[in-house]
Ligand binder design. Structure first.
Ligand code: ATP
Ligand code: GLA
Ligand code: MG
Length: 520
């Protein structure tokens, strides 16, 4: 998946045929609004999509593999640049100006910018992309940093807080825009992902790397297998040919999951719980002086995993061995982390041989959390179990093409069963679902889905369902009648249409050159 972000002058390279008409209109409107707002044409558009995660939920920050794919919905940033003959200034507006107010801010001489993670401010997502890109530009010794005025108009169609990673789409598009604004027409995909993963954390959510990888690396028509250890890697996965084509349907719960607001008791807390579970397990198993890894808090369950088996003399990374290692780890958790009720700060400090003060300073200061107990047992159980499900899912996707309808049906049921198991684990063990997501899953299964689960961070947001094509309409109808009309009786037809998307895997980040084009 190595290589540069594609540069194009054609929307055909970005969108599937059936989306082109709508996209042409949208892009034309964006470019003409840009001219109206800033009195000059946009030079380029930087574009990055949202993603749906098929399987591997809440395990990317423990550095286990995940299988997401990009969706068609995306963030577009139309941009024009000019030399700053004074203080470099960024002006940024949004086509949804009622929701996202126009802002302008100045840059420090070294191109730096302040980000107040305490305020929930949309332009923080741009600033974090800008900050990451500036670091990369410096690394490449690019000239002209902190000497530009940049005008931007944003247009995002990924529902914000809807579990399809509008945030990563925004940060990746922003970082890409800043690179291009500084004359970088060739942007290395891996470098872009790495900078976006780290820089998105500046908004206050200590997230993993799945979303940015999916947004940048994805290719139309394929899902993506993303790994984080020993380093970031991604490869495309073709879907098998089944008698009824694999159809993934995405359904919004319309329960807004604002990760920034709930982070101290939801997302960031889970990151702390997983990290502390790894620390405690390492300590119990006598693993000392382990180096930091690339996970958000510097030590992950995956690093514990690798060090544990290395100490035991395991060699090679054969998939069969890996799966059996994960099964063994489930037993270790069962034996050594028995407390269902969770662990207090004092208990954890005693187990890893540190003070409560040190523990808080090291793991709970930069991204504060609010909790008296930490459910190490349940979180580790979910992570190891989910990592096994990803391997099984991958095996099924790569199994030989089914030769008849029955084999095909078995394959689809196998994939669906894994999605259902993930949902159960997210609901009961990781506690990141909510009643509305559970309800959407239950309704879909009763109407014929092979498998259903939440996707993304959870606690609201989106769900994903593997549905036989012949049953898509029945599933939609069940949701409309028994979920949307029940919970949102005033919902208009347009919103209802947006609620459910039959998703085809979309393409990743792209730079679009506007200059010199007569029409789209
Ligand atoms: P998840 O991370 O669960 O997949 P998500 O990425 O959509 O879902 P958040 O990580 O909470 O949810 O990010 C949502 C935030 O991203 C919004 O509150 C907003 O600040 C910013 N954002 C997303 N889309 C846009 C947009 N079109 N215009 C401006 N800001 C946006
Ligand atoms: C959010 C984060 C990702 C990942 C998912 C859960 O989308 O941004 O890094 O952790 O939640 O799988
Ligand atoms: Mg997000």
């Amino acid at each position: 998946m190595a290589g540069n972000v594609p540069v194009t002058q054609s929307l055909d390279d970005i969108y599937p045929q059936d989306a082109l008409d709508i996209q042409r209109k949208r892009w034309s409107k964006l470019l003409s609004s840009f001219k109206d707002a800033y009195g000059r044409p946009a030079e380029f558009v930087s574009r990055s999509p949202g993603r749906v995660n098929l399987i591997g939920e809440h395990i990317d920050y423990s550095l286990y593999e995940v299988i997401p794919m990009a969706v068609t919905a995306d963030v577009l940033l139309a941009v024009a640049v000019s030399p700053a003959n004074g203080t470099p200034t960024v002006r940024i507006a949004n086509v949804q100006s009622d929701k996202f107010a126009t802002r302008s801010f100045t840059l420090a001489q070294d191109g730096g910018v302040d980000i107040d993670a305490k305020s929930h401010e949309w332009t923080n997502y741009f600033k974090s992309g800008l900050r990451g890109a500036t670091e990369l530009l410096k690394k490449h010794a690019v000239k002209g940093i902190g000497q530009l005025n940049i005008d931007i108009l944003a247009d995002g169609t990924v529902p914000a807080g809807g579990g399809l990673s509008s945030s990563a789409a925004f940060v990746c598009a922003s970082a890409l825009a800043v690179m291009r604004a500084h004359g970088q027409e060739t942007v290395d995909k891996k470098e872009l992902v790495e900078l976006a993963v780290v820089s998105e954390r500046a908004v206050g959510v200590n997230s993993g790397g799945m979303d940015q990888a999916a947004s940048v690396f994805s290719q139309r028509g394929s899902a993506l297998y993303v790994g984080f250890q020993p380093e970031l890697s991604a490869r495309t996965i073709e879907f098998p040919q089944t008698h009824t084509p694999l159809t993934f349907v995405i359904a919004q719960s319309f329960v807004a999951a604002d990760k920034h607001v709930t982070a101290p008791v939801c997302y960031n807390l889970r990151v702390v719980e997983c990290t502390l579970a790894a620390r405690v397990l390492a300590s119990i198993c006598g693993l000392k002086d382990l180096p930091d890894d690339s996970s958000p808090l510097g030590f992950s369950l995956r690093s514990f995993h690798d060090s544990y088996f290395k100490k035991k003399g395991a060699v090679g990374d054969d998939v069969k061995d890996f799966r059996s290692q994960l099964d063994q780890l489930v037993h270790i958790v069962d034996n050594y982390l028995p407390q269902e009720e969770g662990y207090t700060r004092q208990q954890i400090s005693d187990l890893i041989g540190t003070s409560v003060d040190e523990l808080e300073k090291r793991y709970m200061t930069k991204f504060p959390v609010r909790a008296d107990t930490f459910k190490l047992r349940q979180r580790a159980m979910h992570v190891f179990g989910e990592a096994v499900r990803v391997l099984k899912f991958m095996d099924l996707l790569q199994s030989p093409t089914p030769s008849n309808e029955q084999e095909s049906e078995e394959l689809l049921k196998g994939l669906g069963g894994l999605l259902n198991d993930t949902q159960e684990s997210c609901r009961d063990v990781y506690e990141c679902s909510c009643p509305e997501l559970d309800e959407l899953c239950k309704l879909a299964r009763s109407a014929g889905a092979y498998g259903s689960r939440l996707t993304g961070a959870g606690w609201g947001g989106c769900s994903v369902h593997l549905v036989p094509q012949a049953k898509v309409e029945a599933v939609k109808k069940a949701w409309e009648e028994k979920y949307y009309k029940k919970h949102f009786p005033d919902m208009d037809a347009e919103k209802l249409q947006d609620a459910i998307v039959v998703s085809k895997p979309g393409s990743g980040s792209t730079l679009f050159q506007v200059a010199g084009r007569e029409s789209l």
